[in-house]
Design a protein around this ligand. Structure first.
Ligand SMILES: NC(=O)c1ccc[n+]([C@@H]2O[C@H](COP(=O)([O-])OP(=O)(O)OC[C@H]3O[C@@H](n4cnc5c(N)ncnc54)[C@H](O)[C@@H]3O)[C@@H](O)[C@H]2O)c1
Length: 242
């Protein structure tokens, strides 16, 4: 009897998968049945973890090779590694600007380029870039971060056009107000303009985002059935940005 070709077990790389959103994504994709590797500055609490600075191309390439060796060709990439920054623009040093751009934007460049040959060869790929809801409207004191994350959205759209003919989709999720160490640090340092609870009162769905909310969206975007969705910026923000 003939039937549809079996769906292969995919190998996914999640950057920033040791904490917060990336960790939830790594867990979710593993629960979905994918083979998951995590690239992060710090050791991942689970999955196949590699200690990597995504701004360092040699480290990224070495890690990608190790993943290929151990788990097979990389056909799913979720770029969640990121770092925020909060400085008045007039006081922002170029070094701080560069570091934030390096992690949030150049890290995506390195990881996509390093994983791409597998997707190209396999005529199938899924790339999801975690940007930020701050790109909807800008954010004072975060010019470097918002500039870098906005560039990630632009990169996503361009890559979608370039890679679509090869069966590779590229989408971005700009999360808003997700309860992670990054958000709680911002709250502790009084950078939110109020507490998380204050913001919940102004959020249409009346709760803070959970890393699992982003993970669920990611899970769908990397699935076989999401193949007609590409070049999209899919907000997951409780209605805070529409
Ligand atoms: N939490 C939110 O509300 C929110 C909102 C908008 C965007 N984001 C974005 O979501 C992503 C995940 O953020 P989070 O809230 O889970 O933060 P988090 O700080 O909990 O996790 C970020 C992870 O990225 C890793 N990382 C940082 N720099 C790295 C580097 N150079 N190389 C490798 N790994 C590196 C960290 O070690 C950490 O494990 C980030 O890109 C962030 O900018 C988060």
């Amino acid at each position: 009897m003939t039937g549809a070709a079996p769906v292969p077990v995919r190998t996914a790389v999640v950057t920033g998968g040791a904490s917060g959103i990336g960790l939830a994504v790594a867990r979710r994709l593993a629960a979905d049945g994918l083979k998951v590797a995590v690239l992060d500055l710090v050791p991942a609490p689970e999955a196949y973890g590699l200690t990597v600075d995504v701004t360092d191309r040699a480290q990224v390439d070495k890690a990608m090779d190790a993943v290929r060796e151990r788990l097979g060709p990389v056909s799913v990439l979720v770029n969640a590694a990121g770092k925020d920054g909060f400085t008045r623009f007039g006081d922002l040093s170029f070094a701080d600007w560069q570091r934030v751009v390096d992690i949030n934007l150049n890290g995506v460049f390195h990881c996509v380029q390093s994983a791409l040959p597998d997707m190209w060869e396999g005529h199938w790929g899924r790339i999801v870039n975690i940007s930020s809801s701050s790109t909807h409207s800008g954010q004072p004191f975060m010019a470097h971060y918002v500039a870098a994350k906005s560039a990630v959205n632009g990169l996503t759209k361009s890559l979608a056009l370039e890679l679509g003919p090869r069966g590779i989709t590229v989408n971005a999720i700009p999360p808003g107000f997700v309860d992670t160490p990054m958000l709680r640090t911002a709250e502790r340092e009084q950078r939110l303009g109020g507490t998380v609870e204050d913001h919940v009162a102004r959020t249409p769905v009346r709760r803070v985002g959970r890393p699992e909310d982003i993970a669920a969206t990611c899970s769908f975007l990397v699935s076989e059935e999401a193949g007609y969705i590409t070049g999209q910026i899919i907000g997951v923000n409780g209605g805070r940005n529409t």
